[in-house]
Structures are given as C-alpha cells and as structure tokens.
Design a protein around this ligand. Structure first.
Ligand code: NAD
Length: 502
C-alpha cells in the first residue's frame, strides 16, 4: 500500500499566520512566555517535520494560570454576569469558531494528522454543537424550594437549594481529537460560571491555543479560559496538585487516569475521568450487511483508529463470518491513506513515531498469537507514521491484540454462536466505554442492550458523540460523564439553604 503525497492543499493565510506566531502560554487573556525557557517540538506526523516550538510549562506557569483563573472566578464581571449574557457570549464564541473552521481544521490536520475536512466539518462541527448546546444551560441552572415541614416544635423554616460553580477547573486533554475534547470541558465551564486552566497534550497543542485566543475575541473575560502547554509529569501533575483547583476533568489513558485520581485524593478534588476503551461490535446474521460493513469500517478506521470509542473487537455470528470478514477487508483496502492535507485522504498517519511503533507491536504480537491478517498488517514506508488498515481474523480472545487498547487502525474478528456468547465475549474486557450492535431484529437488540456493560450502546450506527448524550465509561473506562446534563452536575455544587423564619 502506498501513501498519497502529492497535490496537498495549501494552507490558508490564517493557518500560516498562527503557525508562524511565537507560541506561548495563554494566561489571563495574554500570551505569556514560559518561566523556564525550555521548549519542545511539535511534529507533523505526515512527514516527521518540525512544525513549531512550544514552551514547556512548569509548576510556576501553572500557578500563574490558576491565580488568573481564581481572580476571574471571583470578579463580579464574570461571577455576576446575567445568565442570558453568558448564553449570548457562548453563541458569539461559537460563531467566531465557525468563521475559523477551515483554519482550525488545517491545524488539526497538521498536528494530529486527520484529514482536514474531518477536522473542519466533523471535529469543529462537534465543537460548535457542544458550545451551542451548553449555551442553553446558564438560564436553566435552578435550585428547588424544599418542603422540610416543621422539624423542631414551633419553629418554621424556609428551605431551598441553589447551584453554584464548582470553581477553578483543571482540564487535561489527550492528543486524538484535541479541539473537541477541550471544548467538552470549556463549554460546561462557561455555562456554569466556572473558570478553567487547560493543559493540552504535548503532542497536539496547536488548535487549543488558537481556541483560547478566539474565546477572548468573543468577549470571554480574561482569566476565564487559560492554556498551559507542557508535559504531564510536570505541568499536568502541578495542575492536579494545586489547592485552588476544585475539579479535574481528565481525558486520556487509564494508566494516567489512575495516577491522577491518586494525586487528586490529597486535596479531595471532584474528579471526572474519561479513559480508554476496547469497544465490542456484535454483528448478527440478520443485519443489513452493506450498512454494517461501512459503519464498522468507519468506527475503527476513522481518525486512523485513534478514537476512544473505536469499535476494535468484532464478534460475528458464525454463519456469516467469512463473508463479513471479506467484505470488511475489501472496504479497508479501498481506503486512501495519505497526509491530512491531501483532499482525497480517508486515513491519515498515526500521531507519532512512537505510537506507530506501539501499534505495530500489537499487530505483530497478534499475528504471533495466531491471528491472520486478512488485509493490512504492515507499516507503510515513508517519512510519515503510516500503518495499513488491518483486519486480523481469529486471534485468541485472551491475546493482547484483543484485550489491550491499541488506538490504531486494527480490528480483530472472532465468531460466536448465540446472543449469550456474544454478550459474554463483549464484556470480557477491563474496559466499558462504548459498544455496537448491528441487527434488524428488535428482540435480539433489546436482549443484548441490557447485558452489555458499557457507557454507550450504538445500534446500527457508527459512533458519534452528541452533546445532549452523556459520554463516559463503565469499569476501567472512567468515572463520571462528559456532555449532557450530567456534565453540568459535575461542574456545579448544590448548596442547601435553611432559614429559620420565627
Ligand atoms: P495520556 O494518558 O498519555 O495523556 C493524556 C493527557 O494527560 C496529556 O495531556 C498528558 O500530558 C497528561 N498527563 C500524562 N501524565 C500525567 C500526570 N501524571 N499528571 C497529569 N497529567 C498527565 O493519553 P493520550 O495518549 O494523550 O490519549 C489517548 C488516550 O485517551 C486513550 O487511552 C484514549 O482512549 C483516551 N481517550 C478517551 C476519551 C473518552 O472520552 N473516554 C476520549 C479521547 C481519548
């Protein structure tokens, strides 16, 4: 398989301007140089070239950002902003992002490697939907009047609850869809009156920095949205440890999530963890095969498999196994692999050389364990970090390629006989993030849905996060939820007020 390399789209002037601009942290509405002078390179995964240098944030930089966020939290301009004004401000922010969608899509293509049209339309599309959905919440954050009766003789009370912002939020974001996940944390912070310090992944910080600048342009007060670049061990750790941070919203791997949870215990922060997955896809013999194969392909090869909800374990009813595997392999072979800036690219590179090597390690171990590469199975030569879309048939259920999150364009296929066996195989994982059922039999679907231990079940659909639907996992896929009304609960405290009136 070859990589398409010629005829790349040219960068629009806005993208070029931002790339050329010296990169700093974004604190209190200003670009601020790093305190240490240390920096790191951001690499274009399509050709291994350095895109730009980014300052590596320190505990001092984190403290500066948290102080700015804490000042903004208590500033009447933000604290007392009428809910309808906050709503209007969020819509202005969304409109401005929409006007810069092509630029943001190009930054994601350069930084993550995803096709730029996916960045522009799918990722930025979700960013806009999330911001506009969350803009409906500021006017609806109500408490309740409670009837507590007369708990003491001859004493009457008026009792009510009110909802308040949880405080300064520390957001830690991964590299796979950086802009979208940053917005899953920024939008509820804006809706609830919190302030936020974001630490993007050291691998893909570009679009998030640009987003912070757009927030200021849209009228979000200085200090409400801050971005500190840097590595997890230093900047991330300092954010989790800081006593002025009330909440940590983390998206990333289970290993890091567990470490963050341990650290956050010292200051008893409110913690939300959105972690990895190894999501099962159950394909029944009554499914619409054409739609199923397209949906399964999109669900594992979209964003080169670097998706937390990727359907990476395919369980196929035995009678249709060979046919389904061959159809999926054919679909995989038809995908065009190339740089994110190539207009025909379906599948971009993996995000880094180290990640490409990790994915290849899983594929090779899967082959050694007895899996058959029906298609793919190799890295693609070139300066970029490409791996062929891969379908591995019949690896053992207990092997690493079936049990571990690979985060690459690799799907395993294993047959099953009946619904109980399908559910048992689907649940045979430490994760519980997403799951997929392809079937036209409503009874089979309703029998399977309650048996599956996962935060999301998509029936006859590939994954798409909708801002109204809570997003998160069972088991070791996390704690709490992003999106939906649930995230608003995680970003607010409920205060009970009891007033004696005689
Ligand atoms: P990662 O855990 O390596 O890093 C995530 C972030 O945590 C980065 O910003 C990193 O710098 C920071 N970090 C690392 N160590 C830290 C520490 N000790 N303290 C504080 N911060 C620290 O994950 P990744 O490789 O960037 O992302 C891929 C992972 O993210 C996959 O496991 C994927 O499934 C998961 N993910 C989950 C969801 C979801 O919604 N559940 C969405 C996207 C990605």
């Amino acid at each position: 398989m070859n990589v398409m390399a010629n005829d790349l789209k040219t960068l629009i002037p806005d993208t070029q301007r931002f790339l050329d601009q010296e990169k700093k942290h974004f604190i209190g509405g200003k670009w601020i140089a790093g305190s240490s002078g240390d920096s790191f390179s951001v690499i274009d995964p399509s050709n291994a070239e350095v895109l730009t240098q980014i300052p590596a944030g320190t505990a001092e930089d984190i403290d500066n950002a948290i102080q700015a966020a804490n000042t903004a939290l208590n500033d009447p301009m933000w604290r007392d902003m009428p809910p309808a004004n906050r709503e209007r401000m969020m819509h202005r922010f969304a409109d401005l992002i929409e006007g810069h969608a092509e630029e943001l899509g190009q930054l994601e293509a350069l930084d993550v490697g995803m096709p730029s049209f996916v960045g522009q339309h799918v990722e930025v599309g979700n960013v806009l939907d999330t911001l506009r959905y969350m803009a409906g919440w500021p006017t609806k954050l109500n408490g309740k009047t409670m009837n507590i009766g007369e708990p003491m003789p001859d004493k009457r009370y008026f009792a009510y609850t009110q909802r308040e912002p949880v405080g300064v939020v520390g957001a830690i974001v991964p590299w796979n869809v950086p802009l979208m996940i940053a917005m899953w944390k920024i939008a509820p912070a804006l809706a609830t009156g919190c302030t936020i310090v974001i630490k993007p992944s050291e691998v893909t910080p570009l679009a998030t920095l640009r987003l912070a600048e757009l927030a200021l342009d849209a009228g979000v007060p200085p200090g409400v949205v801050n971005v500190i670049n840097g590595f997890g061990a230093e900047a991330g750790q300092a954010l989790v440890e800081h006593p002025l941070v009330s909440k940590i919203s983390f998206t990333g791997s289970a290993v890091t999530g567990k470490e963050i949870n341990r650290t956050a215990t010292d200051t008893l922060k409110n913690v939300t963890l959105e972690l990895g997955g190894k999501s099962p896809v159950i394909l029944l013999d009554d499914a619409n095969m054409e739609k199923a194969v397209q949906g399964i392909s999109l669900g594992i090869f979209g964003n080169t498999g670097q998706v937390c909800v990727a359907g990476s374990r395919l369980y196929i009813q035995a009678g249709i196994f060979d046919d389904a595997v061959e159809r999926l392999a054919k679909e995989a072979r038809s995908l065009k692999v190339g740089p994110g800036l190539h207009p025909e690219t379906n599948i971009g590179p993996l995000v880094s050389e180290a990640h490409r090597d990790k994915v290849m390690g899983f594929i090779n171990a899967g082959l050694k364990a007895g899996g058959e590469a029906v298609t793919g199975g190799s890295a693609i030569d070139g300066p970029g970090f490409y791996v062929e879309p891969t379908v591995l048939a019949n690896p053992p259920q207990s092997s690493d390629v079936v049990q571990e999150e690979i985060f690459g364009p690799v799907i395993t296929a294993i047959p099953f006989d009946d619904l109980d066996e399908a559910a048992a195989l689907a649940n045979d994982t430490t994760y519980g993030l997403s799951s997929y059922i392809w079937s036209r039999d409503i009874q089979n679907v309703h029998q399977l849905v309650p048996k599956i231990r996962a935060g999301q079940v998509y029936v006859n659909s590939s994954p798409f996060p909708h801002p109204a639907m809570p997003m998160g996992g069972y088991k070791q896929s996390g704690i709490g939820r992003d999106l939906g009304e649930e995230v608003i609960n995680h970003y607010t405290e409920h205060k009970s007020v009891v007033i004696g009136i005689n």
